[in-house]
Design a protein around this ligand. Structure first.
Ligand SMILES: Cc1cc2nc3c(=O)[nH]c(=O)nc-3n(C[C@H](O)[C@H](O)[C@H](O)COP(=O)(O)O)c2cc1C
Length: 191
């Protein structure tokens, strides 16, 4: 393969998407869309997440030290795209009313329609120039009970829950089908 050099980019490196759920200082649930999310090992499995700039999600996590990370599926994509392209506290974001439930272990809002949810507690904040890395303990994992069905393969279960991936400023299905550019899926939401 003959390669070309580029300035920093993560194009062609697909990432899973999560909606981070937090409570604001009035106890109202807020969700932001995030993909700089991966795993760490330190005696047990943990999560590392990076938030750039100033965001309501970041302020809420600083105050409470906890958040939920809800896996984004094709069914959730219009909502997720809205949450990723509108600031916390904006009227459009406030008007979206996803089905919510409470975390089982931590005081975090959880999306009823996400099949895989982490309840996370930040153990260490690592402030950078204008971004921040957070190292988190996984206090609970909520999975749709169908994912425990031993009669089905992981391939079948992934096809059923249909997680969304992102790269090149676009969304893709689990099997690589184009689901639109950032900012497009939200247009499907009823006005
Ligand atoms: C596909 C996608 C992925 C995103 N991933 C991140 C991310 O990993 N880190 C980040 O700081 N912002 C990310 N954003 C931007 C936030 O979702 C956006 O700033 C949002 O308005 C934050 O919501 P909040 O203001 O309610 O906190 C992403 C946006 C999109 C569309």
């Amino acid at each position: 393969m003959s390669k070309i050099s580029l300035s920093p980019t993560n194009d062609f490196c697909p990432q899973s998407l999560f909606l981070y759920g937090t409570y604001d200082d009035e106890g109202k649930a807020n969700f932001g869309l995030f993909c700089w999310f991966s795993y760490v090992w330190d005696s047990e499995l943990g999560v590392m997440a990076c938030i750039g700039g100033s965001k309501l999600t970041k302020a809420n996590i600083h105050r409470t030290k906890v958040f939920s990370a809800n896996l984004v599926t094709e069914a959730l994509l219009p909502l997720a795209d809205l949450m990723g392209n509108t600031r916390g506290g904006s009227p459009e974001k406030a008007a979206a009313a996803p089905r919510l439930e409470a975390g089982r272990v931590l005081p975090v809002p959880v999306l009823t329609d996400s099949p895989v949810v982490f309840e996370l507690e930040v153990k260490q904040f690592i402030p950078l120039h204008d971004g921040e890395v957070m190292l988190c303990a996984i206090r609970n994992v909520l999975q749709d009970e169908t994912l425990a069905d031993e009669a089905k393969t992981s391939t079948e279960k992934l096809a059923e829950i249909a997680p969304v991936q992102t790269t090149c400023s676009r969304y893709f299905s689990w099997n690589g089908r184009d689901l639109g550019e950032w900012g497009e899926p939200r247009k499907k939401l009823a006005r």
